[in-house]
Design a protein around this ligand. Sequence first.
Ligand code: FA5
Length: 346
Amino acid sequence: QKQAALAAIADAASLDALEEQRLAALGKKGWVSLALKTLGQMNPEERTAAAPAIQSARAEIADAIETKKAALETAALEAQLARETIDLTLPTQAAPRGSVHPVSQVMDELAEIFADLGFAVATGPEIDDDWHNFTALNMDETHPARAMHDTFYFPDQTSEGREILLRTHTSPVQIRSMLAQGAPIRLIAPGRVYRSDSDATHTPMFHQVEGLVVDKDIHLGHLKWTLETFFKAFFEREDIVLRLRPSYFPFTEPSVEVDVGYSTEGGRRVVGGHGDAPGHAWMELGGSGMVNCRVLEFAGIDPDEYQGFAFGLGIDRIAMLKYGMNDLRAFFDGDPRWLAHYGFSP
Ligand code: FA5
């Protein structure tokens, strides 16, 4: 029995298995303990004859258990150390990292440039109502320009009975800012706008930056100087040529569309130069004009005392031109390879 017990102890694969063996031999009902008890019932001669074997068996088994226990504990510790070892010489796995998006980059840059020109940054809600988005901008319910905006409407109305919509341009921020702070005013309002529209140069969500200056004696020359100064700083080129093309917006009078000349040579669009020069073309960047008197009135500003100019530029278009990108839709795919291709990597 002793030999079998010693063999089982040596074979114990875990501390639990070893404990089982200890209980089987040395536990209260273990065979060694039971054998020791039988000694009490023996006469002295028998006891003297039997005791040494039992006691040495008990000592031997206790020893064997101690030895095995130490060995199992060491093995467990070594296994744990091996598991938790970090090999500092292994190359690390590059964790994928993002970068600033070109649109965010452009928004930051233009806010900085306009800050130097004394423009504050204003914001407005992306979910707005048709009064701010259209009516106060001189487009009443029946105005045909409303249809041109491919508006996303919500099924509900505001408590005043106004239609709720995703703003189709940043121009409602003009109204909100004028109502909130009155004249004079000098601000830009960059942000997201929405129209159900999609091709290589149109996406259902895109970005505009609104500009609004209201003060005394403001005229179209101030608008032209502001846009020219901005684009020269933004594209870091002195040879920027802007074309102000007569246009129509219900909220400006007169209205002009702003185009910038760029070179098409080498298959890549590079801003600069006159758009009518050989190898050049014009790209429309946005609309602008003198704030319509009716809009000033809607916003509670006296048009006899104050005049203003406003512009709304497509930020995505500006970013495409700056970084030589050609498909607007890629802006919204979130593909890090596309970003890296244009130099936007961490
Ligand atoms: C407007 O949205 C006017 N609110 C601009 C304005 C502001 C005029 C203040 C006068 C005074 P328009 O719909 O043309 O105008 O859009 C302005 C610019 O946004 C366009 O020139 C173009 O650069 C950009 N844009 C328009 N639709 C899209 C689209 N679906 N995807 C990307 N860019 C677009």
